[in-house]
Design a protein around this ligand. Structure first.
Ligand code: ZN
Length: 344
């Protein structure tokens, strides 16, 4: 640094000494995330309040328990236990971008929903780079509305994104936010990208999901916002990579196939909710190409299964730190709608 510059800086710091620094104005992105977060925080607060109310049965105001009171508590306890079993049927899809869930996971989600599962829908990034004619904030706003609509069609609870496209990295701030959402939702099944895929947003989403889920029961890992850990099994399933190949162009054959033919139209409807992407691809690649891409992809996975016309493919993540070794809730729940290859 030049001596004059150092002198100017010293003068400047002398002038600013004792003054309260001016608060930095939030950027458009920050405002967007804050607005969206406000809605979502409301939803999560309600969910946590409900859970806290349920827990109150364990903490009677009086320190003295009569036999009558005890039997009342025991009755509530058994009811609470069976309710807890029900809430174990929670499946959460976590992808990198808006429309990834529809491409790789939505059919399985719809089938799980038909089997009594509560569904949750989260894309880590906001899709702001998915277009060339508008700025990132405008595109992100449009895509958040489209993703909300798609989640509605799938019957899933929507969770807003908290990152920009191409900015998903293995970062502590993102990890703390994702872990907080997982602690609030408490999913028994997580559907996400595979550890190898065509782009880094997908692979980093996968890594963040795995660690965030791993940290669900660790009290010394602090989440943002702070949420209490919980102890319950979670089974993670990885979806097929885009193009069904790894980054070195090698074919990736899933270990489990789910027959999505019966829910294919609904899956297409959810994908069509991403109108801005459909319009962008229609202009650049021809009519209805988004749906054509989905048709081609799920037919290809179906063909690999050797049994189904349309399918989604999955790999189970290691059980270590997550669930029982033999836990396979997808196969247990969907039964004859699944198949594996005899000689993969
Ligand atoms: Zn993507």
């Amino acid at each position: 640094m030049k001596p004059e510059a150092r002198a100017d800086q010293t003068e400047g710091s002398k002038r600013n000494k004792g003054r309260i620094p001016r608060r930095k104005e939030p950027t458009e992105h920050e405002k967007f995330f804050r607005e969206d977060r406000k809605d979502h925080e409301g939803f999560l607060k309600q969910k946590l309040a409900k859970e806290a109310k349920a827990r109150q049965f364990w903490l009677p105001n009086s320190g003295f328990l009569t036999i009558c009171h005890l039997s009342f508590v025991m009755r509530r306890r058994s009811r609470f236990k069976s309710k807890k079993c029900m809430s174990d049927k929670v499946a959460m899809a976590i992808s990198a971008h808006p429309d990834d869930i529809e491409f790789y996971m939505a059919g399985t989600m719809l089938l799980l929903s038909a089997a009594g599962y509560d569904l949750h829908y989260l894309t880590v990034a906001n899709g702001g780079c998915g277009g060339t004619q508008q700025d990132a904030v405008t595109i992100a706003r449009t895509r958040a509305a489209e993703a909300k609509r798609a989640a509605e069609i799938l019957g899933a609870t929507f969770h807003p994104s908290f990152c920009n496209d191409l900015e998903i990295v293995y970062d502590l701030n993102l990890l703390r936010q994702l872990a907080a959402i997982i602690r609030a939702v408490k999913p028994g099944i997580i559907l996400t990208h595979p550890p190898v895929d065509y782009m880094e947003d997908h692979t980093f989403t996968c890594r963040l999901v795995v660690t965030a889920a791993f940290a669900r029961e660790m009290p010394n890992f602090v989440t943002t916002p702070a949420r209490k850990p919980y102890s319950a099994d979670v089974t993670i399933y990885h979806a097929t990579p885009h193009g069904l190949t790894d980054p070195l162009r090698r074919l990736m054959i899933p270990e489990l196939f789910v027959n999505t033919e019966d829910v294919h139209n609904r899956k297409c409807e959810a994908l069509a909710a991403h109108k801005s992407q459909a319009a962008w691809l229609e202009t650049s690649q021809g009519a209805n190409s988004l749906i054509s891409m989905l048709d081609a992809f799920s037919s290809k996975v179906g063909e690999l299964s050797g049994r189904f016309r349309h399918a989604e493919g999955w790999w189970r993540h290691s059980h270590l730190g997550f669930c029982r070794e033999d836990a396979d809730p997808l196969r247990e729940t969907l039964g004859s709608l699944t198949t594996t290859l005899k000689n993969p």
